[in-house]
Structure formats: structure tokens, C-alpha cells
Design a protein. Sequence first.
Length: 203
Amino acid sequence: MKRSLIALAVAAAAVTPFAAQAQDSGDWIVRARALNLVSDNGGSTNPNLDLSVNDKWFPEVDISYFFTPNIALELILTYPQKHDIESAGAKIGSFKHLPPTLTAQYHFTGMGFRPYVGLGINYTHISDVEWDASVAPLDPSVKKDSFGLAAQIGADVPLGGGWLFNVDVKKVQIGTDVSLGGTKIGDLKVDPWLLSIGVGKRF
């Protein structure tokens, strides 16, 4: 999937080699993207409980501000997303997570498209945790807040009139402590790949 998104960006750049000649300008870019969250599902509880959360697609909006033609900040936003919690492939509960991410980016210029790299921080808030009746008597719980690093690589392909085509790949640290009866028994490291594709407008 990651290779497909990167290949699509390269193909788009190849078929629009002169689009950037009518270079759009402006300090802001707003993008709407479809994002696929692919979980790593690691952590110290996995050997015993085999905990995991499901992968899913969801919409995402990001806002970039350019301090210079090369340096920008990007804020990535969505609404709370619901995920199933599974143990050895069987659903045992669910939760919602809200994962705003802020990255500092370097954008490369002078080409027919604009690749970029970024590094930043993710904050994830977990809410609406529900447990299946079969495990609720064990009093399971998860930590509600997570902070971690985020790294990204992507590309914007100018389409003219300020519009652009975008592909983006991020690796984000998201994890939570897992407890039973108030005693920590390990952690679940979701640490997903975030693979997205969409359109944007520069102004």
C-alpha cells in the first residue's frame, strides 16, 4: 500500500511535468485526504493477550502554513475514530481515539512536483472505552492519553489555479498502558502507518 501511494505520486508528477510552471503561491494550504490507518500492534502484552486494534479508512483534513517557500508547519485533524479491541482475533471491546498531529516540514522546490519530509509530535486522546461482557468482570482499562513522535514523507503535485494533488505517508507513535483491576499488565503499541491521498488548495 505504501509503495502504491508513492508510485501514484511519481506517476502524477510524470504526466503533469509542466503544471508547476504556472506555480501557485500563497502561505496556506488546506487539504482533504482519505487516510488508511495500518496498525503495528506491538507491545508487551501481546505475547500473552495478543491484543490488536483494527485497521480502517477515515477522512482527514490538514492545514499547512509556510514561513518560507521551503519551511512549513502542518496540523492534521479528524474527528474521533472508533476501533475494535481484539484479543487473539476475537473482539473484546472498542474505543474512540482523536489523534491530532503537528509536524514541521521541509518542502523541496524547483521540480515538476513538490516532495516534502516532516517530523513532529502526535497527541492521541482515547475515549468511549467499552468492554465485552466476557471480559468486563476483570475490570480492564487503558490509559486515556498518548504522546509520541511522528515522521512523514509526501508530495504535492500542482494542478493549476492553486489546486494540488497530494499523497502522504506517516509513521506515528501511539500507545497505551493496559491494566486489569487497576494493575498495569503491559502496554499496547498501535504505532500505525498513516497512508493518505487527497486534494488541496493553496492560497
